[in-house]
Design a protein around this ligand. Structure first.
Ligand SMILES: [Zn+2]
Ligand SMILES: [Zn+2]
Length: 214
């Protein structure tokens, strides 16, 4: 059974998720830590629980989700995994920081590992499945933990909202199709852990999300 710890980082209130199990293996989803005190919170949890990081996984390439990539990968000597369609966004992190009113950032390394639709990522004895959910950004993925009934949706689906589609690579119709065909087809009781804001469930969003007509 996987375990979950979440952190809220950076001026955008980005949710960083740490997934681990009793074997102590862990993955870090979207390390948004952008200051020494935020890095200390993440590293403090990993180190005090004696976790063994396997990789960073990015749901997409926007700066608020990748700003902590380099510091995490260098500290633990681990790769960064993301969909290959995110590569352009990684080259644009500095520019995105300006567009989004984010703090100035340095270069962010390209991902080391390309993830594909339906790929399984093992975390100890648990598994995360890659679900391609583009539309908010190119190469956006969600990560589904079928045993635990969790889905990490990045900025595709939020509690009662959806990701903006006005940034480069955004496509409103594509996002809605991703949500309808890939997320709303998960079991209703699946817990949704988004890139920003509160948790929800697939069933609640099918009933109450004002932005997605089923
Ligand atoms: Zn985003
Ligand atoms: Zn975001």
């Amino acid at each position: 059974m996987l375990l979950l710890e979440s952190f809220v980082f950076n001026p955008f209130g980005e949710n960083t998720y740490l997934i681990y199990d009793e074997t102590k293996q862990c993955v870090i989803i979207d390390p948004g830590c952008s200051s020494p005190s935020e890095e200390d919170r993440l590293f403090g949890f990993i180190d005090s629980h004696q976790l063994k990081p396997l990789m960073v996984i990015n749901t997409h390439g926007h700066v608020d989700h990748v700003v902590g990539n380099n510091v995490v990968k260098r500290r633990y000597g681990i790769p960064v995994a993301a969909h290959s369609d995110t590569h352009y966004d990684f080259t644009q992190a500095k520019r995105q920081a300006v567009w989004l009113g984010f703090q100035p950032v340095g270069d962010i390394d390209q991902p080391d590992v390309d993830l594909e639709d339906d790929q399984e990522i093992k975390v100890g004895e648990g598994v995360l499945e890659v679900i391609c959910t583009p539309g908010h950004a190119k190469g956006s993925i969600s990560l589904y933990a079928p045993v635990e009934g969790w889905v990490f949706t990045g900025d595709a689906l939020f509690c009662r909202s959806v990701g903006r589609t006005d940034l480069p690579g955004g496509d409103f119709d594509e996002l809605h199709e991703s949500i309808r065909s890939r997320l709303f087809t998960l079991p209703d009781e699946t817990e949704v852990f988004s890139g920003h804001g509160e948790t929800t469930t697939i069933g609640e969003e099918k009933d109450f999300n004002p932005y997605v007509a089923i």
